[in-house]
Write a protein that binds this ligand. Structure first.
Ligand SMILES: *Cc1c(COP(=O)(O)O)cnc(C)c1O
Length: 395
């Protein structure tokens, strides 16, 4: 069985890995809602606690349902080990706690999830861990920012909301030349579209809350990488710090993985159709989508991603009033900053996810007043277009 898995394609791994059937012969993966596990004797308890005998002790350490999710996601990402976490932020925090020490430095893309930005800026600095933010696509800036105490490079690709694409192979080479780890937040693509570990990254992190669930039900996260960094170091932090995933949430994500590839390809197809339609619309000034031929990193995106993903951003003519009108005129699309749901969502980054930035910071980050971000769901694209056309035509 294990041997077969090495040859299996992604779709097979998504459906068949991780589940070790119990004596009941169940076909679907069971949920083990138990906080602790019993031992057959005092001697076995001692052997489990000392680590001489593998097996479950307590669900903060390991839980069979959580392990099914971990094993399946590791198989899909092409990593040796996976550790599930209570949220995407818990995954990023656990990696930082595992990899970095007081006095260390990290270099991060400027275009990262807002809360990750706060984690680096406000909290890690308290523990003597400093950082430098750089533009995602400026290789010279990455290189210049690396100093002797740098241990980690961190990024998301494609970025949010402008969908810039990072050269993962080049950044992995740069990281390794300076004895650093490359950590990639693979939330936007998921392993169905992009497998950073196969391109040289050392660790991938996920907000399972987004596409891994795919239906907006649970909050969770995961870290994938090799045995040492993830199986030992990140696992050690997590079982101690306690931000572990609940068995029920693990089960939801586990079942989500089974349809991940289908969904990601459908999200991407819908987004591509919407991006082309928006590009040709007179009310739209500019569209950001890696699947468009005129996207600055279109070729790079095609070389490292299987499809361009479900996120489309665009600038409407007329600035903020026009962007807000477009959003307010929708009747079907959900006004929420979340993403990775079957339901299409719409948001105005300048006043929500990026609202804390000063005008100068917004300018530097390319967040214009007319910018709107759509996370394309799985509805009929014609209905999404109709819902947008009302507000766009009003321009
Ligand atoms: C949502 C998100 C996170 C944080 O995940 P939570 O599950 O909300 O903690 C991290 N990175 C990216 C890119 C995200 O979109």
């Amino acid at each position: 069985m294990k041997q077969d898995q090495e040859h299996w394609g992604l779709a097979t791994r998504a459906v068949r890995t991780g589940h070790h059937r119990t004596g009941e012969g169940e076909h679907s993966e069971p949920i083990f809602t138990t906080s602790s596990f019993v031992f057959s004797s005092a001697a076995q308890a001692a052997a489990r606690f000392s680590g001489d005998e593998p097996g479950n002790i307590y669900s903060r350490f390991t839980n069979p349902t959580v392990q099914m999710f971990e094993e399946r996601l590791a198989a899909m990402e092409g990593g040796e080990a996976c550790v599930a976490t209570a949220s995407g932020m818990a995954a990023i925090l656990a990696v930082c706690m595992a990899v970095l020490r007081s006095g260390d430095h990290l270099v991060s893309s400027r275009s990262i999830f807002g809360t990750t930005n706060v984690l680096f800026d406000k909290y890690l600095t308290r523990y003597g861990i400093s950082h430098t933010f750089v533009p995602l696509n400026d290789m010279d800036a990455w290189q210049r920012a690396i100093c002797p105490s740098t241990r980690m490079l961190f990024l998301e690709t494609p970025s949010n909301p402008l969908t810039e694409v990072a050269d993962l192979k080049a950044l992995a080479a740069l990281a390794h030349a300076h004895d650093c780890l490359l950590v990639v937040d693979n939330c936007f693509c998921t392993p169905a579209l992009q497998r950073p570990l196969t391109l040289g990254a050392d660790i991938t992190v996920h907000s399972a809350t987004k596409y891994l669930d795919g239906q907006g039900r649970c909050v969770g996260g995961a870290v994938v990488g090799n045995h040492h960094h993830v199986g030992e170091e990140v696992f050690g932090v997590l079982r101690t710090a306690g931000a572990t995933m609940s068995p029920f949430n693990a089960w939801v994500f586990l079942k989500g993985l089974e349809t991940l590839q289908l969904r990601m390809l459908a999200h991407s197809e819908g987004a591509a159709r919407l991006a082309h339609w928006l590009r040709d619309h007179p009310g739209v000034e500019r569209v950001y989508y890696p699947g468009l031929e005129d996207h600055p990193q279109h070729e790079l995106a095609l070389s490292q991603q299987r499809a361009a993903g479900g996120i489309v951003s665009f600038e409407v003519r007329g600035g903020r009033p026009a962007a807000w009108r477009l959003i307010d005129e929708t009747r079907m699309i959900s006004i929420t900053a979340n993403l990775g749901d079957t339901k299409t969502t719409i948001t105005h980054p300048g006043t929500t996810t990026h609202g804390r930035l000063s005008d100068d910071e917004k300018k530097a980050a390319g967040i214009r007043d007319g910018l709107v971000r759509i996370a394309v769901g799985l509805e009929d694209v014609e209905d999404i277009q109709e819902d947008l056309a009302r507000g766009l035509n009003g321009c």
